[in-house]
Write a protein that binds this ligand. Structure first.
Ligand code: NAD
Length: 502
């Protein structure tokens, strides 16, 4: 292991009240490049006191920021969009170095991040309320939207650029102030992004960055001056966040883990289906919450598609995501690699047939944390590897005879994040989209993650809360509705009882 000598990036800082600040007294932990095992930075594990400073800055900034016109707030986001666009390549490289996905994949992630800012620039339209004249004689009713207050954002490791931006642009567009805690495994990209934010004319304290781990999260959940929590991460932590945030009366949206199915009908068009399965199962080394991880083949779908899938998967190149031609980068850590390999070993012991074996992939840097594409065939639909989240480049194939059985397999999952069907049959699609208990459905699309203008909407254990991430739900989550009923007497209107006489 080598420590980089670039002192400018070695010790990460927090960003509080418009200033970069040292997390004095905090423990520092190594940030590792999973492709090489190199230490690339040190991240502070901030304490409740560091968090408190950020929350105070956010609270102080709130009255002035909500008083800035919506149009001026939107213009700030236009500027942010341009500045992020100008540094897109640099941000994408940062994503690769700390998270491991390939550069094209990271570039696409940063594109999605910027798209979130674009969606939030529509705030003068999307934040509008509603008015109804004459709800009684001479009486009007109107609902307006106001910011919720100080909003906490807690992010996972797998999308260092995009996931914090599922929330941040919408939150500030609506007039809220923000405290963001990135994943301690990938804190460098948001450090860079906050460098960009620092160049804006945003009032001090509107956005704040607090690096750290569990202690910061718990501090956020308990803090009386944080009004709303947006969380993305694993299902057990989502549950903890949902329950604990509710105890202090916060508004909360908690996006949890996933187990996504890809259903192959007998009439699936082979080549694009194989491409879709590979992109979904092995892209980002299977570490997307929308990654397909169970293939459910219906009847002949198996023998038409699986041989081509196996052949194509064996050709995939595993390596450092910065290297050209690499298809699959490392998984996030050695602990993660060992956990994924244990899942594969256990599935084989349970009777699965390993047809592509990614344990110990050829040519991969032994200092990195690599698992190659892995395919397990003839897996029982009740096997733990079909039911639980593995979060690695592992596809388990379950064979069934009918579409109805395939839907049963999908619906028996405790999760309900994403699902895809591969078919040209409109009637199969009609039945499938109607019956599956999953929030995001792809038709001949391997990763059906909604664009910024639509809500990102998992179901069941994949999501706790009501309002989902981004799109119209983003504006709804980050605003409180206030309803005003009014009349005036000087215009000659009647002055009887509004409540009784309608
Ligand atoms: P994680 O749950 O380990 O961590 C998420 C965040 O919670 C991090 O910021 C971490 O510091 C914090 N945290 C971790 N353990 C905690 C604890 N015990 N108490 C308080 N805070 C804690 O998740 P991860 O490994 O970083 O990310 C991968 C997971 O995120 C996968 O399960 C994946 O499916 C999920 N994910 C879901 C979505 C979605 O939209 N549903 C999107 C991306 C990732």
């Amino acid at each position: 292991m080598t420590v980089t000598t670039d002192t400018a990036t070695t010790r990460l800082k927090n960003y509080v009240g418009g200033e970069w600040v040292d997390a004095g007294g905090a423990e520092f932990h190594d940030v590792i490049n999973p492709a090489t095992g190199d230490v690339i930075a040190e991240v502070p594990y901030s304490t409740a006191n560091h968090l408190d400073e950020a929350v105070r800055a956010a609270r102080q900034a709130l009255p002035a920021w909500r008083g800035v016109s919506t149009i001026a707030r939107a213009r700030m986001l236009f500027t942010l969009r341009e500045k992020l666009q100008a540094r897109k390549d640099e941000i994408a490289r940062s994503v690769v170095i700390e998270m491991g996905k390939t550069l094209p994949d990271a570039t696409a992630e940063v594109g999605r991040m910027i798209e979130m800012v674009e969606a939030a620039t529509a705030i003068p339209t999307t934040m509008q309320g509603k008015v109804l004249e004459d709800v009684a004689r001479g009486v009007d009713a109107e609902t307006i939207r106001q910011p919720v207050g100080v909003c906490g954002i807690i992010a996972p490791f797998n999308f260092p650029a995009m996931v914090p931006f599922w929330f941040l642009p919408f939150a500030i567009a609506c007039g809220n102030t923000v405290v963001l805690k990135p994943s301690e495994q990938v804190p460098m990209t948001q450090q860079m992004v906050f460098g960009v934010i620092n160049e804006l004319d945003l009032p001090a304290g509107v956005v704040n960055l607090v690096n750290g781990s569990r202690e910061v999260v718990e501090g956020m959940l308990d803090h009386p001056d944080i009004d709303a929590i947006s969380f993305v991460g694993s299902a057990p932590v989502a549950k903890l966040v949902y329950e604990r945030a509710a105890q202090t009366g916060k508004r909360v949206q908690a996006l949890g883990g996933a187990k996504n199915h890809m259903v192959i009908c007998p009439d699936a068009v082979v080549e694009p289906t194989v491409n879709g399965l590979i992109g979904s199962g092995f892209g980002a080394a299977g570490q997307r919450c929308m990654a397909g991880s169970v293939i459910v083949t219906v009847g002949e779908g198996h023998d038409r598609v699986v041989p081509a899938l196996i052949e194509a998967s064996r050709k995939l190149i595993v390596g450092d995501g910065l290297d050209e031609g690499v298809d699959v980068g490392p998984v996030i850590s050695c602990a993660s690699r060992d956990r994924i390999n244990d899942w594969i070993d256990q599935a084989i012991r349970d009777g699965a047939e390993i047809v592509v074996d990614g344990r110990d992939p050829e040519g991969a840097n032994p200092e990195g944390s690599y698992v190659g594409p892995t395919i397990l065939d003839n897996v029982s639909k009740d096997d733990p590897i079909v039911r639980e989240e593995v979060f690695g480049p592992v596809l388990a194939i379950v064979n069934v005879d009918t579409l109805e059985e395939a839907i049963e397999v999908v619906n028996s999952s405790p999760f309900g994040n994403g699902v895809s069907i591969f078919t040209e049959s409109a009637s199969a699609v009609r039945k499938f989209r109607h019956d599956v208990e999953v929030g995001m459905v792809g038709v001949n699309i391997g990763v059906a993650a909604p664009v910024a203008f639509f809500p990102f909407s998992g179901w069941k254990a994949s999501f706790l809360g009501d309002l989902h991430a981004h799109g119209p739900d983003g504006v709804e989550f980050f605003t409180r509705k206030k309803t005003i009923t009014s009349r005036y007497f000087s215009g000659g209107h009647e002055s009887g009882s509004y409540f009784v006489e309608r």
